[in-house]
Write a protein that binds this ligand. Structure first.
Ligand SMILES: *[C@@H]1O[C@H](CO)[C@@H](O)[C@H](O)[C@H]1NC(C)=O
Ligand SMILES: *[C@@H]1O[C@H](CO)[C@@H](O)[C@H](O)[C@H]1NC(C)=O
Length: 471
């Protein structure tokens, strides 16, 4: 497939260049960061950063790769790494090299590569924006809250960029909260931070050397919302050509990372203060965005009985059995059914090949997933031709699984395992191409023109950020 081929070519290019190098001093210092503006957005339950770079080729030959340094702790919890050209908003090929650990000034770092659309001549400049999202170095502050008390969080990060290149001018800004304050910094530092409009901004007066020693900064900000984290999601999708349906079932293990209650939970106090209606760190409901026209919904938890839920258009509203305060967990299962024709296209009727595209996620907004499995159960004896997932996969597996109703070989199962996923990728599609021989009776419901798939693919290519990672 086109996309897969492009990804491979790029990765191959990068790897050929960096493989067997383990010291960052060996990365070419071809660029200078004329301007490095970093904006940290704390509005969600994980951290998002946008790094605006004006870069200049200071080498004596044209250059088209920019190396972006990621601290190891960020790399461990990163869920998004993408880059674009600033002016034209064009997405650039980019990839993290996960197998490669470099040392810069004694610290382990990882490197992401951004591929510019064409080489930049010596002395010329380019403007790119790198976006990352990750979930680390952020805790409730001071730690516990009373029922009804506003929650603050503390984020720790590096005050200066760790870059492979020298930086001429640098600024750091925090946004996404109404109040920010800097915790007493260690030692004296010239880079002062203050509120400017709705951004807490810090501007450096001096240039910053490549791989400068980290200077920690901790900012405390108000964030009076739950911090929803799914520690494990098992998402299963069952295809039935016979019934012409696609059935989804999802099992969630969820935790609220918000500040725990200082003096325990009192239901009486909770009722008296009408805390269920007030915004705070506790989680009282979950809203899932399902595919259009879903049917046969269900919601169960460990206690077994059917739990409370409501479906409004394609939104499923779940009410956990109890409010989830900081540190509380909740496990539950939801399921629904859609028409198969919404997701399946005939690729080649004579070859009996099909393309299935399923959304990667349907979970709640503002959520980080530590790990998830996506298992797609194809019909008995289906032959998998190709699997394409735009998200970083830790493993892909095609197996056969026998269920009670299978008389012969059993269902073909495609399992993907993913780590560090954020809700914003929910619209990403996972594509599975497979071959399946059936009678013409089965084929009828999907005799939709191949062109639909072509359109879908083009849309997909336009929308996707490229985040590729070695399997
Ligand atoms: C949810 O499931 C996990 C894993 O099986 C278990 O460790 C945890 O105790 C469960 N939590 C609740 C609240 O049932
Ligand atoms: C999900 O992945 C884990 C770890 O690889 C595995 O043990 C588990 O069986 C998988 N679950 C499903 C439903 O495939």
């Amino acid at each position: 497939m086109l996309v897969a081929k492009r990804a491979f070519t790029l990765l191959f290019l990068c790897l050929r260049f960096v493989v067997s190098q383990s010291d960052t001093s060996l990365l070419p210092t071809s660029w200078e960061n004329v301007q490095y503006s970093r904006t940290v957005d704390v509005s969600r339950s994980y951290t998002q950063e946008s790094i605006d770079l004006q870069i200049k080729n200071v080498d004596d030959k044209p250059i088209s790769e920019y190396y972006f340094v990621l601290p190891e702790d960020v790399f461990e919890k990163i869920s998004l790494f993408s880059a674009k050209l600033r002016k034209v908003d064009a997405i650039l090929d980019s990839a993290i090299l996960p197998q490669q650990t470099f040392t810069a000034n004694g610290k382990a770092v990882k490197v992401g590569v951004v591929q510019l659309p064409s080489p930049i001549e010596p002395g010329q400049e380019a403007k790119i924006v790198v976006n990352i999202a990750y979930n680390c170095n952020r805790q409730p502050y001071p730690g516990h809250v009373e029922l009804g008390e506003k929650q603050s969080l503390r984020l720790s990060t590096n005050k200066y960029p760790i870059s492979a290149y020298n930086t001429k001018t640098y600024s750091l800004g925090f946004k996404g909260s109404l109040s920010f304050s800097e915790q007493e910094s260690v030692g004296s530092d010239a880079m002062a931070c203050q509120m400017k409009g709705n951004t807490f901004s810090c501007v450096s007066q001096e240039s910053v050397a490549a791989y400068r020693d980290p200077v920690p900064i901790s900012v405390v900000f108000e964030h009076n919302l739950p911090l929803t984290r799914v520690t494990n999601l098992e998402r299963a999708v069952w295809i039935s050509h016979w019934a012409s349906t696609l059935q989804f079932e999802e099992y969630y293990e969820l935790i609220n990372d918000a500040a725990p209650l200082k003096s325990g939970f009192s239901r009486a106090e909770y009722m008296r203060g009408q805390h269920a209606l007030k915004q705070s760190g506790h989680l009282t409901a979950l809203e899932m965005v399902l595919p259009e026209d879903s049917e046969e919904h269900y919601f169960t938890d460990l206690v077994g009985a059917v739990s409370t839920f409501k479906v409004l258009k394609n939104h499923l509203f779940l009410k956990p059995r109890y409010p989830l305060f900081g540190g509380w967990k909740y496990n539950f299962t939801i399921g629904w059914t859609n028409q198969l024709s919404q997701f399946l296209r005939v690729e080649d009727a004579t070859q009996e090949s099909y393309v299935l595209s399923v959304p990667a996620l349907n979970g709640p907004d503002d959520t980080f997933y530590d790990r998830m499995n996506l298992s797609v159960y194809l019909p008995e004896e289906a032959e998998v031709l190709d699997v394409w997932c735009p998200l970083p996969i830790t493993s892909t597996e095609v197996t056969t699984e026998k269920s009670y109703f299978d008389l012969n070989k059993g269902h073909t199962k495609v399992s993907l395992e993913l780590k560090n996923v954020v809700d914003t990728v929910a619209r990403s599609e996972v594509f599975i191409r497979y071959k399946f021989s059936s009678t013409s009776f089965y084929k009828k419901p999907f005799s939709i023109a191949t062109s639909v798939f072509v359109v879908l693919m083009a849309y997909y290519l336009l929308k996707q950020t490229t985040y590729m990672i070695e399997e």
